[in-house]
Design a binder for this molecule. Structure first.
Ligand code: DGL
Length: 277
């Protein structure tokens, strides 16, 4: 696209800390890129809000990221990808990518028995986004969605490997086991952090699809195709990764540092409500 600088940062946003699982994959797969991350920690969760609200929030965040002169926007939140991406994409003249399509595409390709499970927030399940994209790619597939609302607070409380998480996961996942799915999409940004628990309960016969990983791969392809990969060497010590949040920055920083090895140098609180809608 004309006028987009290759060395501009990649904008990444989520309702809070969950999108860090996507940012982490982008850091791994595209180590020579700058990132501006926004986590809407004051208004999280999105997963129980309406389409209108999630779209309004996402629009404000996209406008904020534009002020940071990003070259592309990654919607690193399943709920916002499901509810808001199509609309925001029409308004923002930049390449955008969400987490739903890359995850759905891979699940549609890897399933052998055509039975795919999706675990996600209530909003993502209600939107039918995963199931619609999967069926576009693989019309024979059967998709079973299951909302797992308690996983988000369990992850945020740091109970990544804990008997309580095991117990709740057993309850949520048992019906997916009973119908014999062979592929399970971790359709919420927090879930890759409890992947071990989910994998153990589902068993070896079930392939787990991590949309965070697939999105970083798809982003890399997209930037390559548009000739937008950064070719400049990034000096260590420059602000390669910048983090902004709508609530307490220290709290965010502590969580972020527990899951990202690159070290969150700084996180800044901004007033997202000030952005135009
Ligand atoms: N990041 C959200 C998602 O992936 C989960 C947390 C929330 O409900 O906001 O859907």
């Amino acid at each position: 696209m004309d006028g987009i600088r290759k060395n501009a940062p990649i904008g990444v946003f989520d309702s809070g800390v969950g999108g860090l699982t996507v940012a982490r994959e982008i850091m791994r797969q595209l180590p020579n890129e700058r990132i501006v991350y926004f986590g809407d920690t004051a208004r999280v969760p999105y997963g129980n809000k309406s389409k209108d609200t999630v779209t309004r929030y996402s629009r404000q965040i996209a406008r904020f990221l534009l002020t940071k002169e990003v070259k592309t926007i990654v919607v690193a939140c399943n709920t916002a990808s499901a509810y808001a991406l199509d609309e925001i994409e029409k308004e923002i003249h930049l390449p955008m990518i969400g987490v739903v399509k890359p995850g759905a595409k891979v699940a549609a390709e890897v399933t052998k028995n055509g039975k795919i499970g999706v675990i996600a927030t209530q909003a993502t399940i209600d939107s039918n986004s995963y199931s619609d994209y999967i069926k576009q790619k693989n019309p024979q597939a059967t998709v079973l969605g299951k909302a797992c609302p308690l996983f988000v607070p369990l992850v945020e409380e740091g109970l990544l490997e804990d008997p309580v998480t095991d117990e709740i996961a057993m309850r949520y996942l048992s019906e997916l086991i009973d119908v014999g799915i062979d592929t399970l999409i971790l359709g919420c940004t927090h879930y890759p952090l409890i992947r071990k628990t989910i994998g153990r309960i589902m068993g070896d016969g079930v392939t787990l699809v991590n949309p965070a990983y697939e999105t970083a791969r798809a982003l890399k392809r997209q930037l390559e195709e548009r000739n937008l990969l950064n070719e400049e060497k990034i000096d260590l010590g420059t602000n390669q990764y910048q983090f902004f949040v709508s609530d307490d920055a220290d709290k965010f920083k502590n969580f972020a540092n527990s899951i990202i090895r690159y070290g969150i140098l700084s996180a800044k609180t901004i007033n997202i409500e000030e952005q135009n809608e």
